[in-house]
Write a protein that binds this ligand. Structure first.
Ligand SMILES: O=C(CO)[C@H](O)[C@H](O)COP(=O)(O)O
Length: 234
């Protein structure tokens, strides 16, 4: 896994994150993703709650987004109480020209997928470095610790090279918010993301993988502070 850029001061990420917050209006239930780009969205929504009386409920995707949302003053709900969301906004590690994305750099992709699939509209916020004609980054795969060896063998049979993600400030593996391990799997250029997504999902012990084929719209923040929006071609 390459080093994660979680810079807290990025004009590109800020531009994308704040622009996407503009899609949210009072009465909405909003899926709140995880990572440094959507953190700008969460903070902007919090500002609007305080300064403009924006009345929303948020559904978080990680302990990180929960803490940010609480700090920002956003009221939270759960998928049990609100199973259908109006919109979900989240970051991505890479996104291709057909808006298929790799997520899970922050090990939150399982809840992120559940939340994004529960939303009528799923918007990804990113800086330009995340865009690519094809997906080439390693795919994060959350697995049950009990299934590690089986999952590694099955993933190798698919042509992937899995690496157990290690924690930075803890000895041993990363443990997700769900109590599982993460494999970062190198597949080279992913020619057919939809097919690979199905193959990974079929492996016993795979909880969720980081290939997302449900992005409706991409907000790309640029260095000059402008934002390009790209809708998915239907
Ligand atoms: O999928 C994710 C977390 O699991 C993040 O959305 C993704 O890693 C992008 O993060 P950032 O906005 O910090 O670059």
């Amino acid at each position: 896994m390459t080093e994660r850029n979680t810079s807290t001061d990025s004009p590109e990420k800020r531009a994308a994150g704040i622009a996407a917050a503009g899609l949210v209006s009072s009465g909405m239930v909003v899926g709140l993703g995880t990572g440094s780009t959507v953190a700008y969205t969460i903070k902007e929504l919090g500002r609007r709650v305080k300064e403009e009386g924006l009345d929303i409920l948020g559904v978080v995707t990680s302990y990180q987004s929960e803490m940010l949302a609480i700090d920002a003053g956003i009221r939270l709900t759960t998928l049990s109480q609100n199973p259908e969301l109006d919109i979900a906004i989240d970051g991505a590690d890479q996104i291709d020209s057909e808006l298929r994305a790799i997520k899970g750099g922050g090990a939150a992709h399982t809840r992120e997928k559940i939340v994004s699939m529960s939303a009528r509209r799923f918007v990804v916020v990113a800086d330009e470095s995340k865009t690519s004609t094809q997906l080439v980054k390693p795919v994060p795969v959350e697995i049950l610790p009990f299934a590690k060896e089986l999952a590694i063998n099955k993933i190798r049979n698919l042509g992937g090279e899995p690496k157990l993600r290690s924690a930075v400030k803890k000895d041993g593996p990363v443990i997700t918010d769900n109590g599982n391990f993460i494999l970062d799997v190198e597949f080279g250029t992913i020619k057919d993301p939809e097919a690979l997504a199905l193959q990974l999902s079929a492996i016993p012990g795979v909880v969720e993988h980081g290939i997302f084929c449900n992005v409706d719209e991409l907000y790309i923040g640029k260095k000059d502070g402008s934002v390009k929006t790209v809708p998915r071609q239907k």
